[in-house]
Design a protein around this ligand. Structure first.
Ligand SMILES: NC(=O)c1ccc[n+]([C@@H]2O[C@H](COP(=O)([O-])OP(=O)(O)OC[C@H]3O[C@@H](n4cnc5c(N)ncnc54)[C@H](OP(=O)(O)O)[C@@H]3O)[C@@H](O)[C@H]2O)c1
Length: 237
């Protein structure tokens, strides 16, 4: 069994220059391309995938997700462990990454664990014509940022996060948010865990909802971890 250590992964996923804004995606996918099993991603990952996810969070300034993932996964309480928090502080970073969500309709309850379990108010990214009553309700529990007039503009979002001192963005999905980030060509990296299972069924792909176009990527690493493969691809600009 091939095993990987946290230190190995911290070196393998090192970002180098932390000042230049960067959007790094993280997904787990089955060998046959399914993004979920039983409607969620959890069943696809194993301890090696979870270790890689912790390392990616440890290296991020902000962890970003789409509202669909928050609703379906009961997503909340994102934080790194004590050793990772100490590592971050010793490397000049805040102990914990911020968390952020992208939503247009703002169909998110202020009582959702995403808000109530956050150490600091999460950042809520929306646009200028989002429902005003929802903006008001969610402004009680989140730091609302308007990025775009009628829809969220991904490039404006990356700029706003960088201006807030959060240039290193780790996006943990989901597929619709990934599709819109690909379409806007703001994706710099894809960190993909290839899970050693065949799922079949009707699960979707890791990106959807955006027009088809080829955005060339180059391989940075392929690390076997047990039967799982940790792939790191960077945008070939
Ligand atoms: N395998 C994995 O690694 C992985 C990772 C994450 C999620 N998932 C799975 O993916 C599924 C959820 O998929 P999804 O595609 O619905 O999730 P999603 O991309 O997280 O969320 C889509 C929602 O995000 C908001 N959004 C995304 N892009 C936007 C944009 N450019 N402008 C404004 N709002 C935007 C909208 O929210 P509003 O509707 O609120 O306007 C939209 O409905 C779940 O089953 C989850 O388990 C898998």
């Amino acid at each position: 069994m091939i095993s990987v250590s946290r230190d190995e992964l911290l070196a393998a996923y090192d970002l180098g220059d932390r000042a230049t804004p960067r959007v790094r995606m993280n997904f787990v996918m089955s060998l046959d391309g399914a993004v979920t099993i039983d409607g969620r991603s959890g069943g696809l990952g194993d301890e090696n995938d979870r270790l890689a996810m912790q390392v990616l969070r440890t290296l991020a300034d902000v962890v970003l997700v789409g509202a669909g993932t928050v609703r379906v996964e009961g997503y909340g309480g994102v934080r790194v462990g004590e050793a990772d928090a100490a590592w971050r502080e010793s490397n000049g970073m805040a102990a914990q990454p911020r968390i952020a969500v992208v939503s247009s309709r703002l169909d998110l309850a202020p009582s959702h664990p995403f808000f109530t379990e956050a150490l600091e108010p999460p950042i809520l990214i929306t646009h200028g014509t989002a429902p005003a009553d929802r903006v008001e309700a969610l402004a009680e529990v989140a730091d609302v940022r308007i990025c775009g007039d009628d829809e969220v503009d991904p490039a404006a979002m990356v700029d706003a996060l960088a201006a807030a001192g959060l240039p290193q963005v780790l996006c943990e999905g989901g597929p619709h948010l990934f599709g819109s980030l690909i379409e806007a060509d703001v994706v710099d990296e894809l960190c993909l865990s290839l899970s050693p299972v065949l799922v079949a069924g009707d699960a979707g792909r890791i990106a959807r909802g955006a027009p088809e176009a080829a955005h060339r990527m180059r391989l940075v690493h392929a690390i076997p971890a047990g039967d799982l493969l940790l792939l790191r691809y960077a945008r070939d600009r």
